[in-house]
Design a binder for this molecule. Structure first.
Ligand code: MN3
Length: 232
């Protein structure tokens, strides 16, 4: 959580002083748990390769893609919100960096198994109940053709929505069909589950609820309502 707060504050500072920025270098965020911490639901080898190879790869390629360009002057959130103005390396690798940073943060070995408070009230209003929301997310993940992500987002109108995006796109991007602030994202690329679940993506999606921390999603929801919705 500390990492995420620092991350968000940094982004806010960048918004506050556009034009006065030195070159950005993006970095892999710290994981708050061991690679084996999410077992048996997500195995240690998958976590290690996913974090140290895939996510690190997106960070490295993002830094290469922005070097010497206008994109170097902006924080990650700005790049996502204005992604159509930048090269496809920013879209693919900036998306990869943003998406995985959110993903690690909402997973936990001590996950709160369901939301309550304002978020639960909103879920009940818009999806009937929590179980139904989970089914909608599993469906979005299972039916995303090829690689991509399933999301729970807060839309500009302040409503929740379940959507999916291809590749490393996300709903924050100005090119997304349905835009919103991501408060929960599930990686459905094969690299996220293939070692353990092989072709059984629905089994992975079903297991992930055991390590998905609704306390974090509640925080993301509050933050989105409070400060970020204006960005869209
Ligand atoms: Mn991934």
């Amino acid at each position: 959580m500390k990492n995420k707060q620092i991350f968000s504050k940094t982004l806010l500072i960048f918004f506050a002083i556009p034009g006065g920025l030195s070159a950005q270098v993006h970095e892999l965020p710290k994981l708050n748990y061991e690679y084996s911490a999410l077992e048996p639901h997500i195995d240690a080898k998958t976590m290690e390769v996913h974090y140290t190879k895939h996510h690190q790869g997106y960070v490295n390629k993002l830094n290469a893609a922005i070097k010497g360009t206008e994109a170097e002057k902006h924080g990650l959130e700005y790049l996502m919100l204005n992604v159509s103005k930048f090269n496809t390396g920013v879209r693919n690798n900036g998306g990869g960096h943003y998406n995985h940073t959110l993903f690690w943060d909402i997973l936990s070995p001590n996950a709160k198994s369901k939301p309550d408070g304002d978020l639960l009230k909103m879920i009940n209003e818009e999806f009937g109940d929590f179980e139904n929301l989970k089914l909608e997310l599993e469906k979005a993940g299972a039916t995303q053709f090829g690689s991509g992500w399933a999301w729970l987002i807060l839309t500009k109108k302040g409503k929740l929505a379940v959507v999916s995006t291809p590749n490393q796109d996300n709903p924050l991007m100005d090119i997304a069909k349905v835009r919103g602030i991501p408060i929960l994202g599930i990686d459905v690329w094969e690299h996220a589950y293939y070692l353990q679940y092989q072709n059984k993506r629905p089994d992975y999606l079903n297991a992930i609820w055991n390590v998905l921390d609704w306390a974090k999603v509640e925080e993301n929801y509050k933050e989105a309502v409070k400060s970020k919705i204006k960005l869209l």
